[in-house]
Design a protein around this ligand. Structure first.
Ligand code: NAD
Length: 264
């Protein structure tokens, strides 16, 4: 779907060099929004990705390489976005990592990194984006949580804690701004086939001596009743809806798009 509902606005999507973040950035650009990309990767590939979005959707783009585990770099990124485009209208907190291990074996540095990247980074971008959003009385903060913001799974202590945390941050941010034109909501995806999940497919295939395809099917069969992956494009369309006027009274929700995972 292409339109101009976000024409002249600027969206900053953290972790948008890959997977869900890239899917969301492309859908926001398709509505006319300028995009500030962020995330790791090969600089030439990131430039090509930006050029593709500029050509396809006729919007402006920029890129900042801030590491979302580092508050000073997040501040630099927010300043860069404001200097480049005036302000951030749509803030999508998407960057995230995963590590899988039982609590007693969970590496302490992985716990700290997951909490910093998957949760604290959203606190920093939110506190820095809000003043300009409130001054213009319009803004959309969209936190990419997970079904793991709503339910748990074994071996994902840090991830589940961080994702439940970001659902809480979403509610409080929504309430504090309920009388303004700034909304804050969370999107809670089930399994999406991105590099983050492909690693878990690979681990399953290796541990259980399965083909890549069988590992995908078994991963889905355990949790996701539809038996199909959610796509970054579908999540991007939900983000576009949350930016729309129709969603101006959607505030503080944790909206799952999960093939039925949480309905069980
Ligand atoms: P991905 O690995 O494809 O992309 C992650 C992005 O985050 C990349 O652009 C990467 O460069 C960036 N990133 C990682 N660490 C960073 C850091 N320290 N600083 C800046 N950028 C960093 O993963 P994805 O599956 O697209 O995940 C995106 C978000 O969606 C994550 O928050 C994840 O928890 C969430 N999510 C994913 C799934 C899924 O099934 N894939 C399901 C639910 C929620």
């Amino acid at each position: 779907m292409q339109g101009n509902s976000l024409k002249g606005k600027t969206s900053l999507v953290t972790g948008s060099t890959s997977g869900i973040g890239l899917g969301i950035a492309r859908k926001l650009a398709a509505q006319g929004s300028n995009i500030v990309f962020n995330g790791f990767g090969d600089l030439k590939e990131i430039e090509a990705l930006q050029a593709g979005v500029r050509d396809e959707f006729g919007v402006q783009t920029a890129y900042h390489n801030a590491d979302m585990s580092k508050p000073a770099e997040i501040e630099a990124m927010m300043k860069f976005a404001a200097e480049r485009f005036g302000a951030v209208d749509v803030m999508v907190n998407n960057a995230g990592i995963q590590h899988v291990a039982n609590v007693e074996d969970f590496p302490v540095e992985k716990w700290d990194a997951i909490l910093a990247i998957n949760l604290s980074s959203a606190f920093h971008t939110t506190r820095l984006a809000l003043p300009a959003m409130k001054a213009r009385n319009w803004g959309r903060i969209i936190n990419i949580a997970s079904v793991h913001g709503l339910v748990g799974s074994a071996q994902k202590s840090a991830y589940v804690a961080a994702k439940h945390g970001i659902v809480g941050l979403t509610k409080v941010t929504a309430l504090e701004n309920a009388h303004t034109g700034v909304t804050c909501n969370a999107i809670c995806p089930g399994w999406v086939l991105t590099p983050l999940v492909q690693k878990q497919v690979d681990a399953r295939a290796a541990q259980q001596g399965m083909s890549n395809d069988d590992a995908k099917k078994s991963l889905l069969a355990e949790k996701q009743p539809s038996g199909e992956f959610v796509t970054p494009e579908q999540l991007g369309d939900l983000a576009v809806f949350l930016c729309s006027d129709a969603a101006s009274q959607v505030r503080g929700v944790a909206w799952n798009m999960d093939g039925g995972w949480v309905a069980q």
